[in-house]
Design a protein around this ligand. Structure first.
Ligand SMILES: *[C@@H]1O[C@H](CO)[C@@H](O)[C@H](O)[C@H]1NC(C)=O
Ligand SMILES: *[C@@H]1O[C@H](CO)[C@@H](O)[C@H](O)[C@H]1NC(C)=O
Ligand SMILES: *[C@@H]1O[C@H](CO)[C@@H](O)[C@H](O)[C@H]1NC(C)=O
Length: 167
């Protein structure tokens, strides 16, 4: 034993631990649903925020690799202002100012995004800085906007899967 820590260190540690445990219990679970490890629960879905930057195609593969037999996992789609803010705020907390892949890819050169990779309709958009530069969809934390860019760039990415049943 090398000595006793001053009491305030111990208190701060306990406070941090409590905050961590509270955030875990509210984010990762609700009563009936659960997520795979490393995924964060939000409104019936589970989200994975990457720790490394990859090209679009590699990021897409990593997300697909988290799929279960009847529950595919894709680069994330975004369907509402609330979901957009959830992703954007979490990304900002984790990555600071950064760009990261969302799950959409143009099917025609010079065209526009038509649907999400998970097959859902693109019925919400933050595509403000549309510039016809590339075929892959990114979000930018600084402006909370979506943009198209070159798929070969290495970026962080967000995967999404429907939440799993706990039972
Ligand atoms: C997919 O998962 C397997 C098994 O964990 C792993 O060996 C493989 O490298 C993964 N592939 C990708 C693209 O992440
Ligand atoms: C591309 O699609 C988005 C989302 O549907 C739309 O907001 C935008 O106006 C479109 N841009 C062009 C140039 O068609
Ligand atoms: C947009 O699409 C999603 C996924 O298909 C759906 O759950 C949602 O209800 C739709 N929202 C609107 C406003 O149409």
């Amino acid at each position: 034993m090398t000595g006793v820590s001053p009491p305030f260190h111990f208190d701060l540690h306990l406070i941090r631990l409590s905050i961590f445990l509270i955030s875990l219990s509210t984010e990762l679970t609700n009563s009936e649903l659960r997520c795979h490890e490393q995924f964060i629960y939000f409104q019936n879905n589970c989200y994975y925020f990457s720790s490394q930057r990859l090209r679009f195609s590699a990021a897409k593969s990593v997300c697909n690799n988290y799929s279960d037999v009847s529950n595919p996992c894709h680069l994330t789609s975004i369907h509402s202002d609330c979901e957009n803010k959830f992703v954007y705020q979490r990304a900002t907390q984790l990555w600071g100012t950064a760009t990261y892949w969302l799950g959409a890819l143009k099917t025609t050169t010079g065209g526009n995004f038509s649907s999400w990779l998970d097959g859902s309709q693109m019925n919400f958009t933050q595509l403000k800085a549309y510039n016809k530069h590339g075929a892959c969809l990114q979000q930018w934390t600084k402006e909370n906007e979506w943009d198209d860019t070159f798929c070969s760039l290495k970026k962080y990415y967000v995967c999404k899967q429907t939440a799993l049943c706990k039972y």
